[in-house]
Write a protein that binds this ligand. Structure first.
Ligand SMILES: C[S@@+](CC[C@H](N)C(=O)[O-])C[C@H]1O[C@@H](n2cnc3c(N)ncnc32)[C@H](O)[C@@H]1O
Length: 203
């Protein structure tokens, strides 16, 4: 392995640890202070449907940590197969399952097995049947051309390898499939101090 590749791998490991710590903290202590929107107040700000939030388990709503609302444009139909990249504590996956219905399939993917377990507990509470696969969005543990729509909320910005994530999304989508992604981008070059700060990468 080249020095550059080894440095990247070590940075990615460091970042994964920080991401794991940060989102577990939101899930365990949603009442805490975070420098990003979260919980019901965040979801309402992003125009989530109040009825969806009332129907979803309180724990999934309290742990919500997205940056927008992928459901506004997703138009998920009954029977569709939906992939939620970086499914966290499960709110977006649970809302996707409300739309896809009992004939649909919702698959979450999260690098943190604890978040996957949480999402499954919340899904069971809501009566939704979601799968959650532990894995990375840079190497999605889902077969080629098996998904009708990919949703994701505030996750792709966390990756060092965004091109690979996009390639993976195209790989798993069926021909004619769709994506509905909400994320954050910067219109200006960030300072090196920000780029090198794992806490800011992870949030
Ligand atoms: C912003 S939260 C997702 C919010 C979620 N959609 C919700 O409804 O609350 C970020 C999630 O992405 C996961 N994540 C971060 N990097 C990832 C990666 N490379 N591959 C898969 N999941 C990742 C984190 O573990 C965390 O659970």
């Amino acid at each position: 392995m080249s020095d550059a590749a080894a440095a990247q791998e070590s940075l990615e490991g460091f970042l994964a640890d920080e991401i794991t710590r940060m989102y577990e903290e939101v899930a365990e202590h949603p009442e805490g202070e975070f420098h990003f929107y979260h919980g019901r107040a965040g979801a309402e700000l992003f125009e989530y449907d109040a009825e969806d939030l009332d129907r979803a388990p309180a724990g999934a709503v309290a742990s919500f940590a997205g940056v927008g609302n992928p459901h506004l444009r997703a138009d998920i139909q009954p029977g569709e197969t939906v992939l939620d990249l970086g499914s966290g504590a499960g709110l977006d996956a649970i809302i996707a399952a409300m739309r896809a219905g009992p004939s649909g399939t919702v698959i979450g993917v999260d690098l943190n097995p604890t978040m996957c377990r949480r999402a499954k507990v919340h899904a069971a509470e809501s009566g939704a049947n979601i799968e959650c696969h532990e894995g990375r969005m840079e190497d999605i543990p889902v077969p080629d051309e098996s998904v009708d729509i990919v949703i994701s909320n505030g996750v792709i910005n966390l990756s060092f390898r965004k091109r690979k994530v996009m390639e993976e999304m195209y790989r798993v989508l069926r021909p004619g499939g769709r994506m509905s992604v909400t994320d954050i981008v910067s219109g200006k070059q960030l300072s090196q101090a920000i780029v090198n700060d794992p806490k800011l990468w992870a949030s």
